[in-house]
Structures are given as structure tokens and as C-alpha cells.
Design a binder for this molecule. Structure first.
Ligand code: SF4
Length: 327
């Protein structure tokens, strides 16, 4: 049965990748939900499965990776039951994606106005003049300065921040219900980063879309997201409202992530707490909780069976010995 209250619903996602040495499972139990009008931050270390989970949502996985379990619904539609034509029409209309590197997502030989207008004409049966009008509106909406005068600029003539605004304009020009933003500000300096995050926030309010924001930066999450989804070793380990993520987190990995993030009030003599050990290697999977080798709360049970994700009203947790439950 479809979940009409979400614009994205991923449950029990497992992905198998074929590599030279055989098969590996980079994602083994991912769960993500995004409702209209909210920003959900997807966080975790490199290799935790964040980007593959997000790419799965729009069926944009590399050809050597396939879904072997789980369900994905975008705006209430099961993407597993859609053919390539239906998926193409979904991408860019009901759901869109913004990537980290705007330079590679824009065509260097086409003016920015034409690129945004093309995104309209792929999905809407309108003439060139109407498409240009919508493109201009989208560029204005993302705060692109002097959009009319710079409509015929090429991507290389723009700064990184302006290119990212063009990429966002292309993504929102067809008024998607779901926007997936994969590290959209990582390549930008901090002042431009703040402007882009503020823009995302205002577009959510204005258009009512849901946003899945992938980042490794907890500062970005703290200032931008409504809820946080924490992934580790290809699994969703915790979901919670953003304020709780920094105060009453229950998963030992979330606790360690927060403790290892610098804050503005830290002085130079503050020692940051790194997480000892390394993330799990999907080429040599271990039974049990993937965080067990690095977890100071682990007991024998943690190393034998992975903890299931248990959901409550506003949160979800996969851990046998949550933070705060120890005597
Ligand atoms: S299940 Fe065990 S090893 Fe995993 S995070 Fe919880 S306490 Fe640590």
C-alpha cells in the first residue's frame, strides 16, 4: 500500500554491487522517509551508503549495482514497478536532484537560460517562449541576480555559487514534490554555503516540497534540517528530530559523531574526539551490528545479530544498548 503522507519512502533497502572480486552489499537495511514541507538530513561517514541510497530513490544507480530487497516510493508511486520511460518522466518533474559539483551537472556549451528552459520543455508541452518565461521565473526564485540580463551567460562565466543556483533552478523549475540534494554546498565557501542553505529552506516553505539533504557536515544539519537520518555501514541506525540529534541522541554512533564535530565556542586547546577504528569494509562483512568494533557500549550480542530498527512516534533506533540506558 502506498504511503500518501510522504514524498519519499524507502524501507529495508538492500543493494548488491558486482565488483571484480565478486559481490558486495554496500547498503543492507536503509530506511528513509521525507514528508512534504520538511528537510531531512542524511548523515554518516564516507562509505555509509548515503549517496547510493539517494541515487536508488530516482533509479540512478551505476549499472553494476542493483536493488535486491526493500521498497521505494516517490510521491506514493512504487519505483520498482515503473519502466524506464515512467522513471525518466518522474525525474525532473515530481522528483529532482542537485549534485555537489554544479560544473559537471551543467552543459558547458549551452547558455544557462537555455538549459533551464530545456528542463521545462522535456516535461511540459509548451513553446519556447513560455519555457523561457518559466526558466526566468525559476532563476529569479533562486535569487540569481539580474537573471534577465544574464540569461545567455555560459556556466564558465559564473562563480561556483551562481552555478549552484542555476542547478537548483533547473531542479525546481517543474515544481517537484521531492528534491534530493547531495552535498550541495561542499564545494562552496562558507558565506555562499549559508546563502544556498537559506535558499533551500525558503524554497521548502514557498513550494511545500520535501528535501533529502545529504551531508557529512553536522553544522549544515543543525541549521537547515528538521529531522536527521543517521546511516552507518549501509544501515539506518537512528532517525530523530534535529534538536534531539544534538542533545538526546540514543545511538552510540550518533553520540560519537556529535562529539567529534568542532563548535564555534571551542578554544584551540579543546581536544576533538575522533571515532577510533575504521568504518566497516563491505568486502569483508561481519555478522552483528556494524558499529560493534568501534562501540564502547558493545556486548556479545552486538557481534552476533544486527539490531533491528525499532520505530517510535518521532524516531527510530537500531541498538541493543542505547545511550542513557546504561547503569
Ligand atoms: S548495537 Fe551494540 S555495538 Fe551496536 S551501537 Fe548499539 S551498543 Fe554499540
Amino acid at each position: 500500500m502506498s504511503d500518501a503522507s510522504t514524498v519519499l519512502s524507502i524501507k529495508g533497502l538492500t543493494l548488491e554491487a558486482t565488483i571484480r572480486q565478486g559481490s558486495i552489499f554496500p547498503v543492507t537495511d536503509a530506511h528513509v522517509s521525507v514528508r512534504p514541507g520538511e528537510i531531512v538530513g542524511l548523515v554518516g561517514e564516507s562509505g555509509s551508503g548515503k549517496t547510493l541510497t539517494a541515487l536508488s530513490a530516482l533509479s540512478l544507480l551505476p549499472s553494476n549495482i542493483r536493488r535486491t530487497a526493500g521498497t521505494i516510493e516517490v510521491v506514493g508511486r512504487d519505483t520498482g514497478a515503473m519502466d524506464e520511460h515512467e522513471l525518466s518522466s518522474l525525474r525532473g518533474s515530481a522528483a529532482a536532484m542537485v549534485f555537489q559539483d554544479s560544473l559537471s551537472s551543467l552543459n558547458p556549451s549551452m547558455t544557462i537560460g537555455k538549459q533551464v528552459a530545456e528542463a521545462v520543455r522535456i516535461h511540459q508541452d509548451i513553446d519556447r517562449a513560455q519555457a523561457n518565461e518559466l526558466a526566468l521565473t525559476a532563476l529569479d526564485q533562486v535569487g540569481f541576480p539580474q537573471a534577465k540580463q544574464r540569461f545567455d551567460s555560459y556556466p564558465h562565466q559564473l562563480s561556483g555559487g551562481l552555478r549552484q543556483r542555476v542547478a537548483i533552478a533547473m531542479a525546481i523549475v517543474n515544481r517537484p514534490s521531492l528534491l534530493i540534494a547531495d552535498e550541495p554546498t561542499t564545494a562552496l565557501d562558507v558565506t555562499v554555503q549559508a546563502q544556498i542553505l537559506e535558499l533551500l529552506r525558503s524554497l521548502v516553505t514557498e513550494l511545500g516540497m520535501g528535501v533529502l539533504l545529504i551531508t557529512h557536515d553536522l553544522g549544515v544539519i543543525a541549521t537547515t534540517a528538521d529531522r536527521v537520518n543517521v546511516m552507518y555501514g549501509g544501515r539506518t541506525v537512528e532517525e530523530l528530530p534535529v534538536l534531539d540529534a544534538f542533545t538526546t541522541m540514543r545511538h552510540p554512533y550518533t553520540e560519537a559523531l556529535v562529539a567529534s564535530a568542532p563548535t564555534l565556542t571551542d578554544t584551540l586547546d579543546v581536544v576533538l574526539h575522533g571515532i577510533p577504528g575504521s568504518p566497516p569494509d563491505p568486502r569483508s562483512p561481519e555478522p552483528g551490528c556494524p558499529f560493534a568494533p568501534r562501540c564502547s557500549y558493545a556486548t556479545d550480542v552486538c557481534s552476533t545479530t544486527p539490531p533491528p530498527l525499532v520505530r517510535t512516534d518521532s524516531s527510530a533506533l537500531a541498538c541493543y544498548h542505547p545511550v542513557g540506558a546504561h547503569v
